[in-house]
Write a new protein. Structure first.
Length: 136
């Protein structure tokens, strides 16, 4: 009985995967995948100026992790590279999608530069400079 259930489950899973593959082919053929990816990148691109404005206004980099920003930049580089490999493989890509990757990478790099600049000029709080704190 258990083997029959496992076989039925695997058969339904295979059917679902075939359905997903067909759906992805349909979505790719109408350009929906690129449109959705572009919408995601556009949302990120619209958020970066808010972060830049806050950094410039406060001149403080608290709550901003340079390693997290470097990870984001790496992700943008990987996404851009994947699109270029697809293009070199003969897949037609919308140029606006590549522009969104470039714009996001430029904005994230600007936030990283300002974060490093403002962190370098900041002083440690008194509790970390030997003037008290938990141990003191």
């Amino acid at each position: 009985m258990g083997a029959v259930l496992v076989a039925a489950f695997l058969a339904s899973l295979h059917g679902a995967m075939v359905g997903v593959d067909a759906l992805m082919r349909d979505l790719r053929s109408i350009g929906a995948v690129d449109d959705l990816e572009g919408a995601m990148l556009l949302c990120f691109l619209l958020a970066w100026p808010v972060k830049l404005a806050r950094l410039l206004r406060t001149r403080r980099a608290e709550g901003v992790s340079p390693s997290f920003l470097a990870l984001i930049l790496t992700g943008y580089a990987c996404g851009f590279s994947a699109k270029m490999i697809a293009y070199w493989g003969g897949i037609t890509l919308p140029t606006w999608l590549l522009s969104l990757y470039g714009g996001n990478a430029a904005m994230a790099a600007a936030v990283l530069v300002l974060t490093l600049r403002f962190r370098a000029g900041s002083t440690a709080p008194a509790s970390f400079a030997g003037g008290g704190g938990l141990a003191g």
